[in-house]
Design a protein around this ligand. Structure first.
Ligand SMILES: O=P(O)(O)OC[C@H]1O[C@](O)(COP(=O)(O)O)[C@@H](O)[C@@H]1O
Ligand SMILES: [Mg+2]
Ligand SMILES: [Mg+2]
Length: 340
């Protein structure tokens, strides 16, 4: 056993240590957010373990029910949802919860209520579970508006009012990417230690990218600006090289790649789904928050994504996010089209 190396590892920047350091910069902080995040992290570790052994543990396939979105729930959707609801309730720091898998908002029992509201997608990329392609968990955190008993309007607020957001990627490695309003930081799970270690400090999305990411299967239903953008990406003029298409079909994985490599991820509105497919509260807002914190931008086809005021908890929204200049291009096409 290489004790020296092991001793070395004790000064690794773990996620817990990182959040405690951030907390220490705010003398007014009571540590509630730190405790809440530690319970979300526990949930991610649990789901990561379940995903890794999904085939062995008969966690592949359908659970037999349909969720409010009309989607057939996968066994891992249901398990992950239970894991996060239990973890958040037991933190004693959560108040109102909104999950993709629950029709209505969840109110934590009075004795265990706290000052934060959490919106989450317990398992993102469900269509990729059974084939072992990267999937994830997405979350966003609001603080109660007036500190009293939570109500649904505590979460029907613009994404820019969130105090933290993140996702956990269950892929070739398990990574948790987090922002508590001070940049974006990536942590990789060390399976031996069972700790998330800071491996990607201060993530910055490249200003301009070479990748576009969209489900081209919907192309015939797209509006003109989206069609034009993809046309230019494929057949650029003036000697520029065509962009590469990359689409995994798990938002967490497609956004993670976009944050690291740059480019644009989009799920536009189309004639089939006039509000797009992705959900504003627990998919679009957390990802837009992270992308903006990393120097990129997020646009709905009409406005800055984080300025939208949701009316319903499962509301959908079109989204274009990623490298600043790439999103600027699609914004100018919307302006030019008169749709804005
Ligand atoms: O198959 P499509 O229409 O391209 O949709 C893929 C999108 O749907 C999602 O799977 C929806 O999320 P859930 O799996 O959490 O329902 C996103 O992760 C992904 O970006
Ligand atoms: Mg999802
Ligand atoms: Mg989901």
């Amino acid at each position: 056993m290489d004790h020296a190396a092991d001793a070395q590892r004790t000064d690794l920047m773990t996620l817990t240590r990182f959040v405690l350091n951030e907390q220490s910069k705010h003398p007014e902080a009571r540590g509630d957010l730190t405790i809440l995040l530690s319970h979300i992290v526990l949930g991610c570790k649990f789901v990561c373990a379940a995903v890794n052994k999904a085939g062995l543990a008969k966690l592949i396939g359908l659970a037999g029910d349909t969720n409010i979105q009309g989607e057939e729930q996968k066994k891992l959707d249901v398990l992950s949802n239970e894991v996060f609801i239990k973890a958040l309730c037991s933190s004693g720091r959560a108040n109102v919860l909104v999950s993709e898998e629950n029709e209505t908002e969840i109110y934590v029992e009075t004795s265990r209520r706290g000052r934060y509201c959490v919106v989450f997608d317990p398992l993102d990329g469900s269509s990729n579970i059974d084939c072992g392609v990267s999937i994830g968990t997405i979350f966003g955190i609001y603080m109660l508006k007036d500190g009293k008993a939570g109500v649904v309007s505590d979460v029907l607020r613009p994404g820019k009012e969130m105090v933290a957001a993140g996702y956990c990627l269950y892929g070739s490695s398990c990574m948790l990417v987090l922002s508590i309003g001070n940049g974006v930081h990536g942590f990789t799970l060390d399976p031996a230690l069972g700790e998330f270690i800071l491996t990607h400090p201060v993530m910055r999305v490249p200003r301009k990218g070479k990748i576009y990411s969209v489900n081209e299967g919907n192309a015939k239903h797209w509006d003109e600006p989206t069609k034009k953008y993809v046309e230019i990406a494929k057949f650029p003029t003036g000697g520029s090289v065509p962009k590469s298409l990359r689409y995994i079909g798990s938002m967490v994985a497609d956004v993670h790649r976009t944050l690291l490599y740059g480019g644009i991820f989009m799920y536009p509105a189309d004639k089939k789904s006039p509000n797009g497919k992705l959900r504003l509260l627990y998919e679009v807002f957390p990802m837009a928050y992270l992308v903006e914190q990393a120097g990129g931008q997020a646009f709905t086809g009409k406005e800055r994504a984080l300025d939208v005021v949701p009316k319903k908890i499962h509301e959908r929204s079109p989204i274009f996010l990623g490298s600043f200049e790439d999103v600027e291009e699609i914004k100018s096409l919307y302006h030019a089209s008169g749709l804005l």
